[in-house]
Write a protein that binds this ligand. Structure first.
Ligand code: ARG
Length: 457
């Protein structure tokens, strides 16, 4: 394609290091769409004849059908998907294929193709995350008043409900989806027509190609358009943040599925056995979601480092933009699907969760709050009294709501038997009615709001 000024062909290693076809063949459909939009515009502007444009369009459709049926051949000599497609087109329609590249460079072509690919990836990710939210909402609804220990420092802190805990992840995923759609909105300007770097003297209609390809408008600076990879980095950073959330839930599943916790039993479909220890049910999928998040973050970091020192405009380093995005998208899609499956099919051991919540003196704050409310005692003093009550329960080997009244009154005479009304875990969660709190009425309201949001999408 560019051999005019060369006497010799590239060495085998040069070919190998230069070729992107092994990975950019994934963008073949975007490349065909971009070319069709470009040639239609060239014809409308009278830059190529209507007849040539029709020949080129038909030819591109044949090449696309061939790719779809037989796959994209990895011909290293043709470097990349753009040159391969043009070569295939020329095989079919002859020299007229050469008119397609008028007023276009691979630099604006690749930026356009890649944006189209990332836009699809964003759309798929947003949809997959929506299905994950649905799974979280459904399980949260089922367990809106199932009491479990809430933790800080991984120590029993205050009772919460399992529904509340699951809805916490729903909210994280809502933010992740927001980040993806923000990135999509910023991405959605079309580089086509920027040509190699400086624009072109041909009278293009950039608005037309932008509209045909579903972009909101053309990009506004040709230098920026061909050297911008923000959209890829934004995809990767949004993916990193999302993977990080999935990893936290995965970690909780690993922890909860362990014998000392016993909070969850993963279904057979989402567990693996051990080849030596017959009793094992390992949470491998959760562990891999946790592991994949590290890889995704690494891929985001890698592309930022690739880009950070590049002068304007295009440099070949930028060809390295695609593998991290393709890989991260694959890893993220698997991770979302795996977490969705695990959430949908897990058996939550709610009796065990309740038992642990009751054993951990998790209603101590409720006792302190009661002393403040009913006894008019300053919170700091109430905290101290409660600490002594907890110590007493520990000494007696019982739950906080099982400490005899006489023992409590020996600690502070202002305590009376109404206190038992706040010491159960159910009373504790029911009392947390502040907006966003764990009271089952609040959790159900949050679930209803989340469902409305999903319906309104
Ligand atoms: N394969 C290249 C890439 O992915 C296409 C752009 C090549 N442009 C160039 N001037 N060599 O970045």
């Amino acid at each position: 394609m560019w051999g005019g000024r060369f006497a010799e062909g590239p060495s085998a290693v040069m070919r190998a290091i230069n070729a992107s076809i092994p990975f950019d063949k994934q963008m073949w459909a975007q490349d065909i769409a971009g070319s069709k939009a470009h040639v239609a515009m060239l014809a409308a502007q009278g830059i190529v004849s209507a007849e040539d444009a029709a020949t080129i369009t038909d030819g591109l459709e044949e090449v696309a059908a061939d790719y779809a049926a037989n796959g994209v051949p990895e011909d290293l000599a043709l470097e990349d998907i753009h040159m391969l497609t043009e070569a295939r087109l020329a095989e079919r329609i002859g020299p007229v294929a050469g008119r397609l590249h008028t007023a276009r460079s691979r630099n604006d072509q690749v930026a356009t193709d890649f944006k189209l690919w990332v836009r699809d990836a964003i759309d798929q990710t947003i949809a997959a995350l929506g299905a994950f939210q649905d799974a979280l909402i459904a399980r949260a609804d089922e367990h809106a008043d199932a009491v479990m220990p809430g933790f800080t420092h991984l120590q029993s802190a205050q009772p919460v409900t399992l529904g509340h805990h699951l809805m916490a992840y729903h909210d994280m995923i809502a933010r992740d989806r927001g980040r993806f759609s923000d990135a999509r909105a910023r991405l959605n300007l079309c580089p086509l027509g920027s040509a190699a770097l400086a624009g072109t003297g041909f009278l293009l209609d950039r608005d037309a190609t932008a509209a045909t390809l579903g972009f909101d408008a053309p990009t506004t600076n040709s230098l920026d358009a061909v050297s911008d990879r923000d959209f890829a980095i934004e995809y990767l950073t949004a993916a990193s943040q999302c993977a990080l959330h999935l990893s936290r839930l995965a970690e909780e599943f690993v922890l909860w599925a362990s014998q000392p916790f016993g909070f969850v039993a993963l279904s057979d479909q989402w567990s693996t056995g051990s080849s030596i220890m017959p009793q094992k049910r390992n949470p491998d999928a959760a562990e891999l979601v946790r592991g994949h998040s590290g890889r995704i973050i690494g891929l985001a970091t890698g592309l930022m480092i690739t880009m950070k020192g590049l002068p304007l405009a295009y440099s070949k380093d930028m060809q390295d933009d695609k593998p991290p995005v393709f890989e991260a998208h694959g890893l993220l899609a698997l991770s979302i699907a795996a977490m969705t499956g695990m959430v949908e099919s897990a058996t939550f051991r709610t009796e065990r969760m309740r038992g642990v919540a009751e054993a951990g003196f998790a209603t101590a704050t409720d006792l302190a709050d009661w002393l403040v409310r009913e006894g008019g005692i300053p919170f700091r003093e109430a905290h101290h009294i409660t600490g002594r009550a907890v110590a007493r329960a520990e000494a007696l080997g019982c739950k906080l709501d099982q400490v005899p009244l006489a023992d409590l009154q020996a600690i502070d005479a202002r305590i009376d038997d109404r206190v038992y009304g706040v010491l159960t875990v159910d009373a504790s969660v029911a009392s947390r009615t502040s907006f966003g709190g764990t009271a089952p009425v609040r959790v159900r309201a949050a679930i209803a709001a989340a469902r409305r949001m999903r319906e309104e999408e």
